[in-house]
Design a protein around this ligand. Structure first.
Ligand code: SF4
Ligand code: SF4
Length: 107
């Protein structure tokens, strides 16, 4: 898990709107980053299916993660609507980073 976290910090936190100029997270202790919180589940999803179609992974995230997160009974999430979910915002980059770690490619 450490290698994935390290790569995510390098690739995603570095550009995240919630990071400072050195890539450090600015969320308070009361806030939770969906990228960090759900990373094990996202890795599991990426490893469960081999595809270049990001929409396939996105559908699985909705089915397996969002349903237990902030999604309402209509399948909507106010954090998604406000572009306020880090997992959602950087999803393509997160999947790409996981795949690069798996292939031992530089991240
Ligand atoms: S909110 Fe998440 S993705 Fe953004 S800097 Fe913090 S830990 Fe990284
Ligand atoms: S889009 Fe919403 S429901 Fe899905 S992970 Fe992000 S905050 Fe949770």
């Amino acid at each position: 898990m450490d290698k994935y976290l390290k790569a995510i910090k390098q690739n995603v936190c570095a550009i995240c709107v919630d990071s400072n100029e050195r890539g450090g997270c600015t969320l308070s202790h009361k806030e939770t980053c969906a990228v960090e919180y759900f990373l094990p589940s996202v890795i599991e999803i990426v490893h469960s299916t081999e595809t270049d179609e990001i929409s396939v992974y996105h559908k699985l995230v909705k089915e397996k993660i969002c349903i237990n997160c902030h999604e309402d009974e209509n399948g909507s999430c106010y954090l998604h609507e406000d572009a306020n979910c880090s997992l959602d915002r950087y999803f393509s980059l997160i999947v790409e980073t996981i795949k690069r770690v798996d292939k031992n490619l530089p991240v």
